[in-house]
Design a protein around this ligand. Structure first.
Ligand code: DAH
Length: 339
């Protein structure tokens, strides 16, 4: 028995010393110490040993097991260290290499302009609301006092989804949604995307953005409209900015106007930027038409209001002196990086 154990011990140690991989060491552990291993087999054959010798043989088996385990553990540790060293060598990092630059994103000029406009109106106590991009004929036209035979309803300008639904051609429909809620007074802006079946060129796109404004309360007059929009223009384009209102026509306002700002480039003397006129048109506006109020169940005898519609792209193009609207949609990173 002693010899047998000694043989096992020697054989195990020899195999351990000769192994060159962790997997092999594990195999050796199973072969010698495992449930079906050689040492276990010896323990199982204890029944053939004389009872008085059993404690001694048992002790010897345990000692052999302990020694094999010890040698095995040391070999495993050594092997792991070698492996780690090799790994460290392979993964060495050159800390003197220049770092990779993080690509930092930029806000799109449209977004910057939109946030700036919102900031100004929020500062004046306006609420920002969102209207649906898909509208019915009622909200986009009829409730805005645009009759069924109006040219704006022509297929050429409007993307119809089907007979009932269309892509809104203006954010003005959001005025109606807000008025219908019946909560007065109203002081809101509604920024959003609008759609028209226009060809793409330097000043047109089938999809662009507007910012609608609506104020309704008792005793609102055209003077409130002028004061508000003059203040807005100064905030957006600088303290020296002057405004002028030219009569215009919109179905949903009466009277209606277009507002120009004095050219912030030449101060009004006339330059290439303002096409020599000294003025730049930036929005449409007017006093809410009594018919529009009535259709949304607001009594025009008691309440009045003003509305305005700003083309967001126009503001972005002016503010950043960009002369082609297509640049805003092409997502050329070299262009966008500048903002
Ligand atoms: N909805 C008009 C357009 O798309 C812009 C506009 C003009 C909006 C006058 C208004 C307004 O609210 O009062 O051309």
């Amino acid at each position: 028995m002693n010899e047998k154990l000694e043989q096992i011990r020697k054989e195990a140690i020899k195999q351990i010393e000769n192994s060159d991989a962790l997997e092999k060491l594990n195999e050796i552990r199973v072969n010698f110490l495992g449930k079906k291993g050689e040492l276990t087999a010896v323990l199982k054959s204890m029944k053939d040993v004389a009872p008085e010798d059993r404690p001694k043989v048992g002790q010897l088996v345990n000692e052999t097991r302990a020694e094999i385990e010890k040698v095995l553990e040391e070999a495993i540790k050594k092997m792991e260290n070698l492996k780690r060293e090799a790994q460290m060598k392979a993964e060495v990092i050159d800390v003197t290499l220049p770092a990779k630059k993080n690509a930092v994103g930029h806000s799109h000029p449209n977004v910057i302009a939109m946030e700036e406009v919102q900031r100004i109106f929020i500062g004046m106590g306006y609420e920002v609301v969102e209207g649906p991009e898909i509208e019915t004929d009622y909200y986009n036209f009829e409730a805005l006092n645009i009759p069924a035979d109006h040219p704006a309803k022509d297929e050429q300008d409007t993307f119809y989804i089907n007979g009932d639904f269309l892509l809104r051609t203006q954010t003005s429909g959001t005025q109606v949604h807000v008025m219908e809620k019946g909560k007065l007074p109203i002081r809101m802006i509604a920024p959003g995307r609008v759609f028209r079946s226009d060809e793409v060129d330097a000043t047109h796109s089938p999809s662009f953005h507007q910012i609608e404004g609506l104020v309704i309360d008792k005793h609102i007059t055209f003077a409130d409209l002028k004061g508000t929009l003059a203040e807005f223009s100064k905030e957006l384009f600088g303290e020296d900015t002057k405004v002028r209102f030219r009569p215009h026509h919109f179905n949903f306002t009466e009277p209606s106007a277009e507002m120009d700002i004095s050219c912030f480039k030449c101060g009004g003397d006339g330059c290439r930027f303002c096409k020599g006129t000294g003025w730049i048109e930036i929005l449409g506006c007017g006093m809410v038409h009594p018919n529009v109020l009535k259709m949304s169940k607001i009594d025009p005898e008691e309440y009045t209001g003003f509305a305005f519609g700003i083309g967001l792209e126009r503001i972005a193009l002016l503010k950043y002196e960009i002369d082609d609207m297509r640049l805003l949609y092409e997502n050329d990173a070299r262009f966008l990086k500048q903002f």
